[in-house]
Design a protein around this ligand. Structure first.
Ligand code: ATP
Ligand code: MG
Length: 204
């Protein structure tokens, strides 16, 4: 838990609520939090899911690890504390997007359970934080290696690499569990859409 540093600060109530915004957009705001090894398929599935939801008229946004590290989190690396701060900030941004009525996809390795729990807690367990475990064995990820970074990690050029030289703590109870070595991207996306319909987060 990050400590509150500032004192004499007061919460300001905004005139427009999340409910108002959801009424305006005609859909719920929620977070699909994709977690998994590098090359497991987080960005591929987040992008395709966004496209499917956007095409249904939903207001959507993607927070993708590599992109956010170019801006908001450019001061952070891959050491454990930096990874934790990376995810803390993204959890807050995802929460802000929910307050804005925006349905958001978050695609970060997010290897630590406690960090993901922190991001989930901001939703007060209201069913709008959906953890999507993008599950794929490291050896398959390594064969895919679309960015060539497993190779660099094996050569020791990249340190603290999840699955090679840094840990990954798999979710124990994810809302959605996708095995991307067994199912095609299309099948995985359908599983996500089915979950959202079943839980009345989008209409059929
Ligand atoms: N079922 C599947 N779902 C998603 N991606 C798949 C699947 N099967 C094969 N792939 C391939 O695996 C690769 C996944 O790469 P992607 O960039 O999406 O991974 P990532 O999890 O975002 O990695 P990183 O953490 O490095 O950003 C792509 O080349 C994609 O085409
Ligand atoms: Mg990615």
């Amino acid at each position: 838990m990050t400590e509150q540093k500032a004192t004499n600060i007061f919460w300001q109530q905004a005139p427009i609520t999340r409910n108002d915004r959801e009424r305006q957009t005609g859909h719920k705001a929620f977070t699909l939090w994709f977690t998994g090894h590098s090359a497991s398929g987080k960005s591929t599935l987040a992008n395709a899911t966004e496209k499917a939801l956007y095409d249904r008229g939903c207001h959507t946004y993607i927070l993708d690890g590599d992109n956010i590290r170019h801006g908001l989190n450019k001061d952070l690396g891959f050491a454990p504390d930096d990874r934790t701060e990376n995810i803390r900030r993204i959890g807050e941004v995802a929460n802000l997007l929910r307050q804005c009525g925006v349905l958001n996809m978050v695609a970060f390795i997010s290897p630590y359970r406690s960090d993901r729990r922190g991001a989930r807690e901001l939703s007060q367990d209201d069913g709008t934080f959906i953890e999507v475990f993008v599950d794929c064995p490291v050896d398959v990820c390594e064969q895919r290696d679309p960015k060539g970074i497993y190779k660099k990690a094996r050569e020791g050029i990249i340190k603290d690499f999840t699955g090679i030289s840094a840990p990954y703590e798999p979710p124990e109870n994810p809302e959605i569990h996708l095995q991307t070595d067994k199912h095609s991207p299309e099948e995985c996306i359908q599983m996500i859409i089915d979950y959202l319909i079943r839980n009345e987060l989008i209409s059929d």
